[in-house]
Design a protein around this ligand. Structure first.
Ligand SMILES: [Cu+2]
Length: 475
């Protein structure tokens, strides 16, 4: 039995050794070579990373290019990025381009939009990005294992025109479950306890694959922080104390700029949030904290050098241009598809359909299934939850009848979050992943304009594999 340390353990560790940790080196940025149409190679392979402390023992990981996160990909809105994925792992894999309203054939879902890419094989993805914003990529085959081992990267799609900030900084948060040898705890991968409860929660938090990165910045700089939660299952509470963070986008889609209440961002697995901060004019240090439990510092900004001066105060000028989303919802002619989530520990589920037959809980557990959508413990190979004519509005009331939060993700589309427990959501909020609390009813709607087969699933990856998955077809 390995010792479990709470994620707050980092706080104690950082108190002792945080100051001694090495400085953050800027990550290499990889751009598409648009002129030559040479595909950009992305190789999934084994690598090593310092997850526990910057100078400490290296952990064996799986990563794109053997790194965690994988290469930061940048492209311009409307551009196409050709990626040749090569799988040098011993397990089949794919790449899913999370949040990109992509052509269905390149959505990367093994068993639905493509066969899994076998060890040694390649697959060519065409990533055309209609929307600017912050996105990410990760496998969609045994995601619960492959993401826990480090396979993910961030994809930035840049708006055209001048920027209302000096620089952007990606903050990709992840939590890892490390064992006593400071290696990824692989013995607990697939543990039914995690699958039936909150999912696989880690005991070490990293930002951009590092336990405590320090970001150099200039006094007075205006930064766009691109926050990504890449954790398998942990909902993060990120606090930017003293930085007056202004939210400008959620899941890649612009929102009317707003000062975050309590300078705090709640961000579920797979979600992204873009915030603008104006750093103060004096040289000093700011920490960004994780505050879902005992708050502890996750990274810091070290201000040094000549101050940057800026004429306009926040939130002037920081609103992002709208993306070309289909935003006109025709609710009168909408197809309504209810989504009832059941199961999990302390739930009321007594059985579910599995592969076409009704089964009791005991048999479901034996098959690794403990959750259901609309009474069905989902597997790849199930029939579609619904089919919808292209261009029709889909209205989806989601009821979370479980004791656990779930982060519902819809592929190929962004949806508007209409209401929570019957109360209209005030913010104009277009998302690809929405957090639903235990007992909550969240209504979403979207225009089904992207033809193909699209998954809808929980992005707590252990919940997904244990039954919280289905798909729909736009024809
Ligand atoms: Cu879930």
């Amino acid at each position: 039995m390995t010792r479990r340390v709470g994620i707050t353990r980092r706080a104690a560790l950082l108190g002792a050794t945080g100051a001694a940790m090495g400085s953050m080196l800027p990550r290499l940025v990889d751009r598409a070579s648009a002129a030559t149409h040479e595909p950009r190679m992305l190789i999934a392979r084994k690598g090593r990373a310092a997850l526990w402390e910057n100078e400490g023992p290296l952990a064996d990981i799986w990563g794109y290019e053997g790194r965690v996160p994988g290469p930061l990909l940048r492209m311009k809105q409307g551009e196409t990025l050709d990626v040749r994925f090569k799988n040098e792992l011993e397990q089949p894999s794919t790449i899913h381009w999370h949040g990109i309203r992509i052509e269905n054939a390149y959505d990367g879902v093994a068993g639905l939009t493509q066969p899994a890419v076998e060890p040694g094989a390649t697959f060519d993805y065409r990533v055309k990005a209609p929307d600017a914003g912050t996105y990410w990529y990760h496998p969609h085959n045994r995601s619960w294992e492959q993401l826990a081992r480090g396979l993910y990267g961030v994809l930035v799609v840049e708006e055209p025109g001048p920027k209302a900030y000096d620089r952007d900084v990606v903050l990709a948060f992840d939590d890892w479950r490390l064992d006593e040898a400071r290696q990824i705890d692989v013995a607990s991968l697939g543990a039914m306890h995690d699958w039936a409860h909150a999912g696989r929660l880690g005991n070490v938090l990293t930002v951009n694959g590092q336990p405590y990165p320090r970001f150099p910045a200039r006094p007075g700089e205006r930064l766009r922080l691109r926050v990504v939660n890449t954790a398998n299952a942990r909902v993060l509470t990120i606090r930017f104390t003293g930085l007056a963070p202004h939210l400008i986008a959620l899941d890649g889609q612009p929102v009317a700029p707003e000062l975050l209440a309590d300078e705090t961002l709640l961000i579920a697995p797979a979600q992204r949030a873009d915030v603008i901060v104006d750093l103060p004019a004096e040289a000093r240090t700011f920490t960004v904290e994780e505050a879902s439990g005992q708050p502890f510092a996750a990274c810091e900004f070290v201000l040094d050098g000549d101050p940057v001066t800026r004429a306009t105060p926040l939130p002037q000028d920081i609103a992002l241009p709208a993306n070309p989303l289909p935003m006109t919802l025709d609710m009168d002619a909408a197809l309504t598809q209810d989504l009832l989530m059941e199961g999990g520990a302390m739930g009321r589920m007594s059985g579910a359909m599995l592969k076409g037959a009704q089964r009791g809980m005991r048999e479901l557990v034996d098959q690794g299934k403990v959750w259901s959508f609309n009474g069905i413990a989902g597997t790849h190979g199930d029939p579609a939850m619904f089919k919808v004519a292209r261009g029709r509005t889909v209205r989806m009331p989601i009821v979370n009848d479980t004791r656990w939060p779930h982060a519902m993700h819809v592929h190929g589309h962004h949806f508007k979050v209409l209401s929570r427990n019957g109360t209209p959501v005030q913010r104009e909020e277009w998302r690809d992943t929405v957090l639903t609390d235990p007992g909550e009813r969240v209504e979403i709607a979207f225009v089904a304009d992207n033809p193909g087969k699209w998954m809808v699933h929980c992005h707590m990856l252990e919940h997904q594999v244990a039954g919280m998955m289905s798909w729909f077809e736009v024809a």
